[in-house]
Design a protein around this ligand. Structure first.
Ligand code: MF3
Ligand code: CO
Ligand code: CO
Length: 327
């Protein structure tokens, strides 16, 4: 197990610019350290503790597919510093990219079964995205080597698809983001491989409830911080913990921009306005909320090997409430 110092180091040096240090807004002010241990000594259930396997070579994207600038440079352009209010045309573009992302995410269920590797899942999703005229947004984003993220069991986020065959009982997040007509659409869901134990099922169900409940309160004039307050309350009520370092984000022609959407209790100022588009993507843990980023610079594992679940939608604030664009 890493020391807290190493973990903080790993967080700071992460290439993932959207992995925010939580200190600035946390009510407890220390990466949530005082709030870890709701469930630490209980059984986390029956599952395989996952470590990275071999990663295959980077996929090609045909030249006719419009690509974000980082597809060559690996360095994304700065997103807006203030929260963008999108006009009707921009919203239409968001609808298209988000529709495609969710359509593709829905195909994943038919591919997942015991024995298939996350590498093969990545290849199939990559081909689907390309054949729909879009670019897989993660590919070469800050150097990410694959087209989707696949985070299995104790991998909390940003798992790299690899040669490990999925096993009966695994739970995994598959995160699909597409860049279509100059706009990104971002969503993720949990999948179960064969028969999953009760604790794993409960973790997924509560994470889905957290996202649903957070979306329900989104409307003009609502505080962004209400999202985290709702999510953490529900998670804790069910004896799970919110991992604070992973935040949702504004999205548009940029993959990640203002606002930061914190998923744990916070007092971030700022209110929602019609025309904003952002993601909500809480990660819940069965145990500790500290994560360790492995040497590949991406794979984020829980330090106590507890399982996590994450689900994500891109939402639009409308005049009367909000709309899930990745439904
Ligand atoms: N889709 C992830 C998100 O929800 C980001 C993945 S970027 C990658 O924000 F580079 F890690 F792939
Ligand atoms: Co996202
Ligand atoms: Co995502």
């Amino acid at each position: 197990m890493q020391s807290a110092k190493c973990i903080l180091q790993a967080t700071r040096s992460s290439k993932a610019c959207f992995l925010k240090l939580f200190e600035t807004v946390s009510k407890t002010g220390n990466l949530g350290i005082s709030r870890f241990l709701y469930n630490y000594n209980k059984s986390f259930g029956k599952y395989d503790v996952v470590r990275p396997w071999a990663v295959s070579k980077k996929a090609d994207v045909p030249a006719y597919i419009p690509q974000p600038s980082y597809s060559q440079s690996s360095i994304p352009e700065e997103g807006p510093m203030t929260v963008e209010i999108k006009d009707t045309y921009q919203i239409e573009c968001m609808r298209h990219s988000c529709n495609l992302a969710s359509h593709i995410l829905h195909q994943v269920d038919r591919i997942i079964k015991p024995g298939i590797t996350t590498d093969s899942l990545d290849k199939q999703v990559h081909d689907m995205i390309i054949s729909n005229g879009a670019y897989p947004s993660p590919l070469n984003y800050c150097g990410f080597p694959k087209s989707i993220c696949t985070s299995v069991n104790n991998v909390a986020c940003h798992g790299i698809p690899d040669s490990r065959p999925l096993q009966e009982g695994d739970i995994l997040n598959v995160d699909v983001t597409v860049y279509l007509n100059g706009y990104h659409g971002d969503c993720s869901a949990m999948f179960q491989v064969g028969e999953v134990d009760e604790e794993g099922k409960r973790l997924i169900a509560v994470t889905e409830l957290c996202l649903k409940s957070a979306i329900e309160i989104c409307q003009p004039n609502e505080y962004f911080c209400s999202i985290g307050n709702v999510i953490e309350e529900i998670a804790n009520k069910h004896n799970f913990n919110v991992i604070p370092v992973f935040v949702g984000h504004g999205i548009g022609t940029y993959f990640h921009g203002a606002p930061d959407i914190f998923h744990c209790a916070n007092d971030y100022s700022g209110k929602m306005k019609a025309g904003m588009t952002f993601t909500i993507e809480p990660v819940l843990s069965q145990g500790m909320t500290q994560i360790e980023i492995l040497n590949d610079g991406w794979t984020a594992c829980t330090v106590d090997n507890s399982r996590t679940a994450q689900v994500e939608h891109t939402v639009l604030i409308t005049d009367t409430g909000c709309e899930i664009l990745t439904l």
